[in-house]
Design a protein around this ligand. Structure first.
Ligand code: SF4
Length: 309
């Protein structure tokens, strides 16, 4: 972390690490989710809209190659300078596939691992990380840094049960340990303000993320999207959402309890306005970053000040 920063945001870390700005190119391999197809559960996590698990239509290798090329061309139009790319398999459970399928998808990337791809990022669930998948990702990591994006969301099994995550905190901790041992960099995800979690929950979640040793963290506030179970709960008055001031307070608690070197990939959420029902904040995400900085200054603390020993 730079001495004048009170937390470790992603962009400067990327520039220091890779020597140039990096842009995400989102790729859809058509993955599905065990929390929707019935192998774990039906309906998904309460906040996940039907798009959250991807299209469900397996993409051919050439589809993925075309997505990658189109994405890189888009970035080049926006940033004509020297840039790198994070090839990001964003549709969530990308290791919830047959071994041949993961091999095919990663093979498409491996055939294109030239400039400007600096990083490959893969989202999945902590309970869908079998050893064969880790071994395949470890092979990829010998050629390019691989980030594994893993949802913890919160550190309370009762809350995880309530929001229908259908995995446990222990499964997250085990997945992080195995992924790091395999040479992957792990980005743990958290949501503040989940029903029944509260401010103490935000603190607990940060402590679990700090102890896990994951290299990166993404955090955002709870949002109600259309076509989710949460939409029904919210309309029934069962869900209390965070206002920006409260979120910044809880976020400061959260950041204080992370490890000082964990890189903050995201500090707030956004969703298309047509999909997001609530909350309707008028503050921009850069304003949340500024407010967080000011709050930490006011407290005289910084990221890691209250990290668990
Ligand atoms: S695990 Fe991910 S994709 Fe599956 S239902 Fe939950 S949020 Fe959606």
């Amino acid at each position: 972390m730079k001495p004048d920063w009170r937390f470790a945001p992603l962009r400067p870390w990327l520039e220091r690490t890779y020597g140039r700005p990096l842009h995400r190119v989102a790729l859809d391999a058509g993955s599905t989710c065990p929390n929707r197809d019935g192998s774990k559960g039906y309906g998904g996590c309460v906040y996940c809209d039907v798009e959250g698990s991807g299209t469900g239509a397996l993409r051919s290798g050439s589809d993925i190659g075309a997505q990658l090329e189109a994405g890189i061309a888009r970035v080049a139009r926006r940033d004509p300078g020297d840039f790198g790319v994070i090839a990001y398999f964003q549709s969530y459970s990308n290791t919830y596939v047959a071994p041949e399928r993961l091999d095919e998808v990663l093979g498409v990337l491996e055939a294109r691992l030239t400039d400007p791809i600096d990083v490959v990022a893969i989202s999945t669930r902590p309970d869908t990380l079998p050893e064969w998948a880790l071994a395949r990702l470890a092979r990829l990591a010998e050629r390019v840094p691989v980030w594994l994006e893993l949802g913890l969301e919160c550190a309370d099994d009762a809350v995880l049960d309530r929001i229908q995550r259908l995995h446990t905190v222990a499964e997250f901790e085990d997945a992080v340990a195995r992924a790091r041992a395999a040479g992957l960099l792990v980005v743990g995800h958290a949501i503040l303000g989940l029903p029944g979690d509260g401010r103490d929950g935000a603190r607990r979640t940060a402590e679990v993320l700090a102890r896990s040793g994951c290299e990166g963290v993404k955090v955002h506030h709870l949002m109600v999207l259309r076509r989710t179970i949460l939409e029904r709960w919210w309309k029934d008055g069962q869900v209390e959402l965070l206002e920006p001031d409260t979120y910044v307070d809880w976020l400061a608690d959260f950041v204080e309890r992370l490890g000082p070197d964990q890189v903050l990939h995201r500090l707030t959420g956004d969703a298309p306005p047509t999909e997001q029902l609530a909350p309707r904040w008028t503050v921009h995400k850069s304003a949340i970053r500024e407010r967080l900085m000011r709050e930490l200054e006011r407290r005289g603390t910084r990221q890691g000040s209250l990290a668990p020993a």
